[in-house]
Design a protein around this ligand. Structure first.
Ligand code: NAD
Ligand code: MG
Length: 385
């Protein structure tokens, strides 16, 4: 029996993970589930899975969580430190599915605790890739990518011959505005931006997909996960989201992973690895799909992609600044305080504001993140929608 902890259990990835875990109660035992403040969903999941502990990051929700769990024997905890404590309880397998920078400390705690960490929180690798990968190595922790593209690459990568890899090609759906003219993009609303054509995801990543910042962040994520240089990473727009990514080898072979757009496939791969488990995901009917389309990305209409490429090439603190500024800008866009095209503009502007040294610890990353947030928040104030 595998012991499981899910950080961010009430979100899109967290719920898909619970769905798989609950299908096989003989195989998995839940240790801890965490959420920000969705007490009802968290308590219900903890009771269904007979978890040992449930944690709300928002401490003001702890009393309600205690009430909801009264008489069940499940421990209730609250606060950001309590989320990290849950990550240290020593589960065999931890799903890191908190959204945004809030996930960094819990991911670090899980990496330091050992076992296997299934990583959905890409922000950890974007902002703190060097620090996180070093922590995984020094604690002997197995880090498995859950992001569908990176999971696809992981499945296609021949780890016995890393020098045989020529390129990693991340596919991108292009989001809902793939073919919208630039003039029309200024008026995009939050409701339009979160309606992804193929995937059902949390609000922030859906907006990131719409700006293609998501693919930019994924380039940085891939750089940390796989043995390639930045110039060996490419993006290919593939609107059907059937091919989840590819690895090209020096002999000209290209290996791809295909599947229906359902996060339960990559999550299941990480959950069962190195074996496989069954999922209820829809099977691919390639005869029905009939054709697969690919096109080069448009860096002009999607400047976020270019910003991320530059941050990756420059390295150091740049990716952390980009990630923090984008997070502030996306939250402001979702709140109706800035227009869609200002998300990338604010990120670009924040990158020009300061140039700190490369971070050598998680605390240094968080200091860079905080300063970038302050700059980005100033820029948000200047915007009038
Ligand atoms: P979501 O918004 O649906 O869920 C986020 C989870 O994090 C929730 O459980 C929420 O309670 C928790 N959370 C939010 N703020 C928190 C805080 N301050 N402290 C502690 N917990 C907090 O997000 P999601 O779409 O499931 O995405 C989660 C992560 O996985 C993101 O990093 C995203 O980029 C990545 N990811 C998601 C998908 C997808 O299909 N949704 C695919 C690939 C990667
Ligand atoms: Mg992805």
């Amino acid at each position: 029996m595998k012991t499981i902890t899910i950080l961010g259990a009430t979100g899109s990835v967290g719920s898909s993970t619970l769905d798989l875990v609950e299908r096989d109660p003989q195989a998995f035992q839940v240790i801890a589930l965490t959420a920000n403040g969705d007490v009802d969903k968290l308590a219900a999941a903890a009771i269904r899975t007979r978890a040992k502990r449930a944690v709300v990051a928002d401490a003001s929700c702890l009393d309600r969580l205690r009430d909801a769990l009264a008489g069940t024997g499940i421990e209730a905890h609250g606060g950001a430190d309590a989320v990290c404590d849950a990550a240290r309880m020593g589960a065999d397998w931890t799903m890191a599915a908190i959204v945004g920078t809030a996930g960094l400390k819990p991911v670090m705690a899980a990496l330091e605790a050992g076992g296997t960490v299934a990583l959905a929180n890409k922000e950890s690798l974007v902002s703190a890739g060097d620090v996180m990968m070093a922590a995984a190595r020094s604690h002997g922790t197995t880090l498995l990518p859950v992001d569908s593209e990176h999971n696809a690459v992981f499945q296609c990568l021949d780890r016995t011959a890393p020098r045989g890899v020529a390129r990693i090609i991340l596919t991108a759906s292009g989001g809902p505005f793939r073919s919208m003219p630039l003039e029309a993009m200024q008026n995009i609303t939050p409701a339009q931006a979160v309606a992804h054509p193929n995937w059902s995801m949390g609000a922030k990543i859906s907006v990131n997909s719409a700006t293609m910042m998501n693919k930019g962040l994924e380039l940085i994520e891939a750089y940390h996960l796989f043995p390639v240089r930045p110039d060996q990473l490419d993006v290919l727009v593939h609107s059907q989201s059937v091919v989840h990514s590819m690895v090209e080898y020096v002999d000209g072979s290209v290996l791809a992973q295909l599947g229906s757009p359902d996060m339960r496939t990559p999550i299941a791969y990480a959950l069962a690895w190195p074996e496989r488990m069954e999922t209820p995901c829809e099977r691919l009917d390639l005869a029905k799909i009939a054709r697969l389309d690919f096109e080069a990305p448009d860096y002009e209409r999607f400047p976020a992609l270019q910003l991320a490429r530059e941050a990756l090439a420059a390295g150091g603190a740049r990716p952390a600044i980009l990630n923090a500024a984008n997070e502030v800008a996306v939250a402001a866009f979702l709140d109706g305080r800035i227009a869609f095209l200002e998300i990338a503009a604010i990120s670009a502007d924040t990158l020009t504001r300061y140039d700190p040294a490369a971070p050598d610890s998680l605390d240094a990353v968080l200091a860079i993140d905080a300063e970038a947030r302050a700059h980005a928040a100033e820029r948000v104030k200047d915007c009038v929608v």
